[in-house]
Design a binder for this molecule. Structure first.
Ligand code: SF4
Ligand code: SF4
Length: 311
């Protein structure tokens, strides 16, 4: 079978699995992304994410990460939520409205990899989704699945930016896709909407980002910097996605795997009265579980007190 036929078969199977998009890139060093990351580290924009400084060469170059790497296959999985703008009750980022995307993505990636092995029996490779040093957005962009917008997220012109990105890096050459044009144009809606001014076009200062502060940061307390800025986000922040014109009027049927869990519609008192026992039970299958009860409580308490401070 020709490279072209194998590539088409893999793409077709990926779409059958439920991915909205699948694209291929030559595995090679991403020099520009490496430079941007070094600049972000030097500017202190990467906050507590010390792991970004490790494995820099592997992150920048899949041929260092995987022996003989030739192709990076990128896929998109839509988690377009039933409701983006919800009530004034505490907000959970849309990617956590359903069950843990890591598990869903890895199950699908494994199925896709099995298909690749059928097509190329001698293939070697590895699957990734938040699970290794890979510039996920950059690979998706290079493979023509969208462009990295001024909000620093991958935007696909049809399915928007509420997507999870996954990759399979393999040691066989296939047919490569080309990037599409950047389509933010003169729009600056996300930059203007960000309550903490964490965004400059195409760059994010994680130390100012609500998503980082309420999810990734392991600090015991949320910094006073966020007083008056975090309104009701208790896990992540979708403000710069919700405002983006490319996320309006998205066909909900793109989201095939993420049902909305009932805690999305909890009232404030449900979060404020949450016990550790209930946390363990309710969030068992979600990404919120990995943050742990204490950090979720930290966030709820911060927002609750913050609302009092800013009244
Ligand atoms: S996630 Fe929220 S805080 Fe972070 S850049 Fe976007 S709007 Fe700003
Ligand atoms: S809101 Fe506008 S500038 Fe920001 S990512 Fe979307 S299109 Fe680009």
């Amino acid at each position: 079978m020709s490279k072209k036929e194998i590539t088409e078969n893999i793409k077709e199977f990926a779409l059958k699995l439920g991915y909205t998009n699948c694209g291929f890139s030559k595995a090679e060093e991403l020099t520009k992304n490496k430079e941007s990351l070094i600049n972000a580290i030097n500017n202190g924009y990467t906050a507590e994410m010390a792991y970004l400084q490790n494995n820099l060469e592997k992150r920048a170059n899949p041929t260092v990460l995987i022996e003989n790497a030739k192709t990076v296959i990128s896929v998109l999985l839509s988690y377009y939520p039933q409701q983006i703008e919800n009530s004034s009750d505490y907000k959970i980022s849309a990617y956590a409205h359903g069950n843990d995307y890591h598990e869903i993505m890895h199950e699908l990636l494994n199925k896709l990899f099995e298909k690749i092995k059928e097509e190329i029996p001698a293939v070697n490779g590895r699957t990734f989704c938040d699970s290794g040093p890979v510039f996920e957005r950059a690979w998706a962009e290079k493979s023509g699945l969208g462009w990295i917008g001024k909000n620093n997220l991958l935007i696909n012109p049809t399915v928007g930016s509420f997507v999870i990105i996954g990759e399979i890096i393999i040691d066989h050459e296939l047919e490569y896709d080309s990037p599409i044009e950047e389509q933010c144009g003169t729009c600056t809606l996300c930059i203007n909407a960000c309550p903490t001014h964490a965004l400059t076009p195409y760059s994010l200062n994680a130390t100012k980002c609500i998503s980082y502060a309420t999810n990734s940061s392991k600090s015991e307390n949320i910094s006073d910097f966020f007083i008056g800025k975090i309104k009701n986000e208790i896990y992540g922040c979708d403000i710069c996605q919700a405002i983006c014109p490319y996320n309006k009027e998205i066909n909900n049927s793109f989201n095939k795997f993420f049902n909305q869990n009932e805690y999305v519609n909890w009232e404030k008192k449900d979060w404020e009265n949450l016990t550790e026992e209930k946390f363990t039970k309710v969030f068992e299958k979600t990404t919120i579980k990995s943050m742990g009860f204490k950090r979720l409580k930290r966030n709820v308490n911060f927002v609750k007190n913050n609302i009092k401070v800013t009244k």
